[in-house]
Write a protein that binds this ligand. Structure first.
Ligand code: UDX
Length: 446
């Protein structure tokens, strides 16, 4: 009989994973402790913006006309325990309040709620990003709590999906990494991922600590790459060089590669910033903090980008934000997402607001979340409305819509034709030709 799969936690990761598992042909039961989320998903709606996910969900969720009916959602641990052969734990691991360490409370409570309902053979698979050593601790907890005893086993299978590409990354992952302690666990996971593996995704089998570390190491590397190019942007600015050209030229060396070399206001989101901090905190606990001191520098370069952007904007409007109208294009931490967690764009907008600027923000998908997180900023429903009467325009999230703006038309609406490109995706020649004063991070002023 085909495997039955449960997915615990239906945020970005869990909702996508559940729909993807149904797409692979499995019977899937998703669980969330928030009844509203279960209701929304059961009605075939996704409670956040992720391209292609709602279509995928509707293709499978029971009750939606024409669906396969393979996917259902519940709030019942009992039902989940009785249903699943493989249980994926996909809950959030945020940064602890007031600390760098990772908050494991959602993972711990998921395991504590699930384990007592595991009366028959089952594999519990952690997908959340956790401090190394967690899987070993959770395996011991599972053995204590599960009525099935040894027949209930743990494995670790980190998730590498990017927001905006979550469906693609889940169905066709760059690699599948599994941390296992038995041949049976490996076999079950090979069965789950048979299709993507047949289509070419490498399947890497590792021990627990290595599997956990792969995720934090990958995110640390990505963060380091971004901060490296942002450090080069600082030097370029000092020396009169162009970081965009520099990134292109070094990226042709395929040992370096062209991806993740976009200089700008730096990285944000729910993963990279908190993951590098949690990694440093964990290394400290293990007595290996020296190995990761460079990540402190990566973090520091990244945070400097935001204040640098604020300084450039202040300089552009004559040294003070008082009485100045600042239009901010972009609120999300990256395009094709409605996520504003640790968003550099919103951070810059907030700093300017706190320094007395009159800030108006527009974002194609992030308005609702931005308003909730930062209710004191001004918001507009369109680009023309946001830039009306602006003394300076800041381009802070590289939505496609912003890349297609017509500098001539926009010039009619603003008080002063000044734009700062915080993402290095606008064409300086085009904007300058239309009479704008155009500045970008790490690029020559004219
Ligand atoms: C990241 C990892 O890419 C993913 O593998 C992991 O599972 C979760 O964390 P995500 O947070 O969705 O994914 O976003 P990502 O595309 O990595 O971008 C992170 C941040 O870096 C964004 O704020 C983005 O704007 C910024 N970035 C990215 C740059 O500033 N420059 C770049 O060249 C690339």
């Amino acid at each position: 009989m085909a495997l039955r799969i449960t997915v615990i936690g239906t945020g970005y990761l869990g909702a996508t994973h559940a729909a993807a598992m149904a797409e692979l042909g499995f019977e899937v039961l998703g669980l969330d402790v928030v009844p509203e989320k279960v209701e929304t998903l059961s009605a075939g709606r996704v409670p956040f913006y992720e391209p292609g996910l709602e279509e995928l969900l509707r293709r499978h969720v029971a009750g939606v006309a024409g669906s396969t009916g393979r996917l259902r959602f519940t709030t019942s641990w009992e039902e989940v325990g009785a249903f699943g052969d493989v249980h994926f734990v996909c809950v959030n691991t945020p940064q602890k309040q007031g600390e760098y360490a990772c908050d494991m409370s959602y993972v711990d409570s998921a395991l504590d709620s699930l384990a007592p309902h595991l009366a028959r053979p089952a594999l519990v698979v952690g997908k959340s990003t956790v401090p190394v050593g967690s899987a070993d601790r959770l395996a011991r907890r599972l053995a204590e709590l599960a009525p099935a005893g040894d027949a209930a086993e743990l494995a670790w299978n980190p998730e590498f999906l990017r927001e905006g590409f979550a469906v693609e990354d889940t169905l066709r992952p760059d690699r599948i990494v599994v941390g296992v302690r038995s041949a049976r666990a490996e076999e079950l996971l090979r069965e789950v991922y048979a299709k993507p593996v047949a289509e070419g995704s490498p399947f890497v089998v590792a021990d627990f600590p290595t599997a956990e570390l792969v995720k934090t190491a990958a995110n640390s590397f990505l963060a380091t790459k971004i901060s490296f190019i942002n450090a080069m942007a600082e030097v370029c600015e000092a020396a009169g060089g162009d970081v965009v050209k520099l990134a292109e030229a070094i990226g042709y060396d395929d040992r370096i590669g062209r991806k993740f070399l976009r200089a700008g206001i730096g990285f944000g989101g729910g993963c990279l910033p908190k993951d590098i901090r949690a990694f440093m905190a964990r290394a400290g606990e293990l007595g290996a903090d020296q190995a990761l001191t460079f990540l402190r520098e990566v973090d520091s370069i990244n945070m400097r980008r935001r204040s640098h952007m604020v300084e450039l904007a202040r300089e552009t409007v004559g040294g003070t934000f008082l009485g100045q109208r600042v239009a901010v294009l972009g609120a999300t931490f990256k395009p094709d997402s409605d996520d504003v967690r640790d968003s550099p764009a919103l951070n810059v907008a907030g700093q300017i607001h706190l320094q007395g600027g009159q800030v108006t923000v527009y974002d194609p998908k992030g308005m609702e979340n931005a308003r909730r997180v930062f209710p004191t900023l001004g918001y507009a429903d369109s680009v023309p409305e946001a830039v009306r009467g602006a003394d300076v325009v800041l381009h802070l999230t590289e939505w496609r819509e912003f890349g297609e703006l017509d500098p001539e038309a926009l010039g009619q609406a603003v008080a002063h034709k000044r734009i700062l490109d915080g993402r290095n995706t606008l064409d300086p020649v085009l904007w300058r030709k239309a009479g704008w004063s155009f500045r970008a991070l790490g690029r020559p002023t004219a």
